[in-house]
Design a protein. Structure first.
Length: 278
């Protein structure tokens, strides 16, 4: 991970911890290379997941480390999920890391599992929100000051003004993770959670990256997710495994999670009954 706020506490005693890959301003390149080399020696592979909103210098650092070490055992997975959704995804990958999957399958599973994370936020303002393509700019001026807006960024963008509609939620059993910013609203726990029929609500600390991602600090971020590791394991297992034609590692889906090469030829792309088509 690229930030400590993106590391959620484990749900059980078996889930391994996550390592934080620090920004260039917090760590010289030499130390970053040493830390990465140590992680590779200890674990064999490193799967680094980071949100699309991190500073460009931090992203360049990740690619520099991978390039200098010339290692195909380092996967760099850039996610368009909001920060809390990224944190949920990383915890699920941590859970999968102790299962009977290769590093290539786990890295490729990130794209699959992202489809099953419903990530959004309750916002007091959408004037600076530019990461959800739902035509906010053209409509913001017509909304009444003081309104609250519920926005879903993943898996499909949605926007409603609270009190005038409902967010379409998951059609499968989930738990809801909630992280509060500078908003005291109970709409997420009092209205959204019952409406989505979630099995449980869990509180988390708001990631440092969240106000920048959503364009305001007056928010309550949320993410609905599959809580059962056995179901996640079954979901990943349902997808046919292929060998990457570039690096030779196992993959699922249509792109290698370790080297990012597409599965070739296209005719050989095979998917499981539910995976990749939630």
């Amino acid at each position: 991970m690229t930030g400590a706020g993106l590391v959620l506490p484990p749900q059980d005693q078996q889930t391994p911890p996550a390592a934080v890959l620090r920004a260039p301003g917090d760590q010289p390149l030499g130390e970053a290379l040493t830390d990465m080399q140590l992680l590779l020696e200890q674990h064999g592979h490193v799967i680094a997941v980071y949100p699309s909103g991190i500073p460009a210098a931090h992203e360049r650092r990740l690619h520099t480390v991978r390039s200098v070490l010339e290692s195909d055992r380092i996967a760099l997975l850039k996610s368009d999920l909001p920060p809390l959704g990224v944190a949920v995804l990383v915890r699920q990958l941590r859970q999968l890391s102790i299962c009977d999957f290769s590093a290539g399958v786990i890295a490729s599973a990130a794209r699959l599992l992202s489809h099953y994370i419903h990530a959004g936020a309750l916002l007091n303002s959408v004037t600076r929100l530019d990461r959800v393509p739902v035509g906010l700019k053209s409509h913001a001026k017509s909304w009444v000051p003081g309104s609250q807006f519920a926005v879903l960024a993943n898996p499909e963008p949605q926007l409603i003004r609270v009190g005038t509609g409902e967010l379409a939620g998951p059609r499968f059993a989930t738990h809801l993770l909630v992280a509060r910013g500078q908003s005291q609203s109970e709409w997420v726990t009092g209205t959204l959670a019952p409406g989505w029929q979630v099995g449980a609500v869990h509180e988390a600390v708001l990631p440092d990256e969240s106000p920048g991602w959503w364009g305001t600090s007056k928010l309550v971020e949320f993410a609905a997710f599959l809580p059962d590791i056995s179901l996640i394991h079954q979901l990943v297992s349902s997808v046919r495994r292929e060998a990457c034609t570039w690096c030779g590692n196992e993959l699922i889906g249509d792109r290698c999670g370790l080297c990012n090469a597409p599965l070739n030829p296209p005719e050989s792309r095979t998917r499981g009954p539910a995976a990749l088509n939630p």
